[in-house]
Design a protein around this ligand. Structure first.
Ligand SMILES: Cc1cc2nc3c(=O)[nH]c(=O)nc-3n(C[C@H](O)[C@H](O)[C@H](O)COP(=O)(O)OP(=O)(O)OC[C@H]3O[C@@H](n4cnc5c(N)ncnc54)[C@H](O)[C@@H]3O)c2cc1C
Ligand code: SF4
Length: 558
């Protein structure tokens, strides 16, 4: 990379509030700021080519956040969430059959009636339009790559990445210098495992005294199904098969709008077997006799993957630092038992905006938004996360049967009596530290895809419309380039080959027959920005950094 001092100075622009990420959290913050004071200057930068291009979610949306932000949203003919949940099914699957569990013993918080099914990508496009109508400046196609600090170490803005830098780090003819966006406050709404959030958490020690953040990888496809197999408003979750061997997770299947079915599978990233492939678990899941019928005769429209945070109450870092705050999934506000985070993303955007507005109105800048940090545990977000705080630790420690049973009981006691017999259980190790060596596990063999309901990785990645400028520095940075072949390959079979849902990582041999002279290859242009490698590499050796703005998936309505 060229030396910073050799490059022309960056141009800058000043705002009251700079927001990174046009997801539900960032856009909710932008809208709330303008609702509170239309004179505030607010800018949002988004690395996707358009707003929504990098958004992937279920999505069954609890409307609590939207009701608070835009109370008229249900009357808006342009609203993207038009399908209300009409049926809520839970399945427990075995290899060749399964049972539907009765709804009555389910804790009330798991009930999806009153929620809406739709595309979160479409929802943020609509939120983006609402924000622009209020005067928010939104710049899609620009990744925030650097945090700007003031003389006292406070955050004073972000810089967007330079464009037109070659693979060798040298400026090309098309070189354009990034911009400095300076703000009195900077709100970080990058979603799960944000690259700037990761730096801020480390620099300000925001995770001190908290449990490690936990994650899952969520893989999703969007299907247009045969109308005879469609049931508008049906929400279905399953657990059990195909996961085994201590791995946990489950599926979702949501029927909405006109014959659309959103199907996905979440694998918790604390799995231990390095031969597990989340992508292949997902493909295998769709072939189950109780599932495959939904997709027969249908058309797969889109594919993608994204990490989802799951540590909840115990893992939320301190939200504020001098000059800014973390929002939504950058803070880990997912209610993992409900597989929902978009409502809390919106609520956190609102809360941070209110704290920032109060500070600005008092003439403050670049200090801590203490009201936001002090308020969330007693707010709807805290109440939502606290009730389910023991579910994940119980699943992880006790396995499927006992863990799910006790987790359910714990949600009931929290709901009925406002407390838990277990207090607050701790999460185990960070997800990168959970793999066992190959010598201690039974390798998992996956069936070949049938090309009808199950597919291979390359045809799937094709459906994510992923596109990156090829002549740019590799955005997946290895702290030690020797680790993959020297350590990960003999010990774990280099698990990046399997956990990456886009086939970015490969081990190729100069002599394939003798498996001699292995080389680690990074096909960075395929990356769908899920962030799993940044989380699961056993040596924590991979840093995901933003590539040139506009690169990455182009999800239509995920
Ligand atoms: C498979 C799956 C299923 C889910 N199902 C549901 C569900 O059914 N219901 C529900 O409520 N929630 C669900 N969730 C969770 C929900 O999607 C998240 O909680 C929610 O999207 C978080 O919103 P956010 O604004 O914090 O982040 P995101 O929605 O992730 O948005 C972050 C935005 O910031 C952009 N960005 C990131 N870094 C930068 C940068 N450096 N510069 C510029 N832009 C940047 C990204 O491109 C993105 O557009 C699911 C998640 C997954 C993965
Ligand atoms: S390279 Fe990393 S971030 Fe990109 S798709 Fe693969 S696992 Fe996800």
């Amino acid at each position: 990379m060229s030396q910073e001092s050799e490059l022309p100075a960056r141009e800058g622009m000043d705002y009251d509030v700079v927001i990174v990420g046009a997801g539900p959290s960032g856009l909710a913050a932008a809208i709330r700021l303008k609702q509170l004071d239309e004179g505030l200057s607010v800018v949002v930068v988004e690395k996707g080519s358009v707003v929504g291009a990098h958004i992937l979610s279920g999505a069954v949306v609890d409307p609590i956040g939207l009701d608070r932000l835009l109370p008229d949203w249900r009357e808006d003919p342009e609203r993207p969430l038009k399908t209300e949940v009409s049926a809520d099914h839970f399945l427990f699957l075995g290899p060749s059959g399964g049972v539907r569990l009765p709804n009555a013993p389910m804790p009330k918080l798991m009930d999806n009636h009153g929620n809406f099914i739709g595309s979160l990508g479409a929802t943020v496009r609509w939120l983006g339009a609402r924000a622009e109508a209020l005067g928010v400046e939104i710049y899609p196609g620009f990744a925030a790559t650097e945090i700007l600090y003031g003389d006292g170490g406070e955050v004073v803005g972000v810089a967007t990445g330079d464009m037109g830098v070659g693979r060798d780090g040298k400026p090309k003819a098309s070189f354009t210098r990034g911009m400095e966006l300076r703000g009195k406050y900077v709100l970080i709404g990058e979603g799960a495992r944000g690259s700037l959030a990761k730096q801020l958490i480390a620099r300000f020690g925001l995770d001190a005294g908290r449990d490690p953040q936990k994650f899952g990888i969520g893989l999703k496809e969007l299907w247009q199904v045969d109308p005879a197999r469609f049931s508008r408003g049906l929400v279905q979750h399953s657990f059990g098969w195909p996961l085994g061997g201590g791995a946990s997770g489950g599926s979702f299947l949501y029927h909405y709008d006109d014959n659309l079915v959103s199907v996905g599978f979440v694998v918790h990233l604390n799995y231990v077997n390095p031969t597990l492939s989340p992508f292949d678990e997902f493909q295998r899941f769709k072939t189950h006799p109780m599932i495959r019928g939904v997709f027969e005769g249908g058309k797969r429209l889109a594919y993608g993957a994204r990490a989802i945070s799951s540590g909840g109450w115990q893992s939320v870092p301190k939200l504020t630092f001098p000059g800014g705050a973390l929002l939504g999934c950058s803070a880990g506000f997912v209610n993992f038992a409900r597989i929902k985070g978009s409502h809390n993303a919106v609520l956190s955007g609102i809360q941070a905006a209110e704290a920032a507005h109060e500070a600005l109105a008092a003439g403050r800048a670049h200090d801590e938004l203490a009201a936001y940090e002090e308020g969330w545990r007693g707010s709807e977000i805290g109440r939502d996360l606290k009730k389910v705080r023991n579910v994940k630790p119980l699943w992880s420690k006790l396995g499927l049967g006992l863990g799910i049973g006790l987790g359910g009981l714990d949600m009931w006691t929290n709901e009925l009596f406002g407390g838990s017999l277990f207090g607050t259980l701790k999460h185990g190790k960070p997800d990168h530290a959970t793999l066992k060596p190959l010598s201690e596990v039974k390798p998992i063999a996956y069936p070949r895809p049938d090309g009808k309901v199950s597919f291979d990785k390359s045809s799937s990645v094709f459906l994510s419309n992923t596109n990156h400028e090829e002549d740019q520095p590799v955005h997946l940075r290895l702290r030690d380039p020797l680790t993959p072949i020297r350590d990960n390959l003999p010990r774990y079979g280099e698990p990046a080959r399997l956990y990456c849902p886009a086939g970015v990582y490969e081990v190729v041999y100069a002599d394939e027959a003798r498996r001699a002279d292995p080389r680690f290859v990074i096909n960075a242009q395929n990356c769908v920005h899920c962030k799993t490698c940044d989380i699961k590499d056993p040596a924590a050796n991979i840093d995901w950094t933003p590539p040139e703005g506009g690169g990455g998936p182009n999800y239509p309505d995920m």
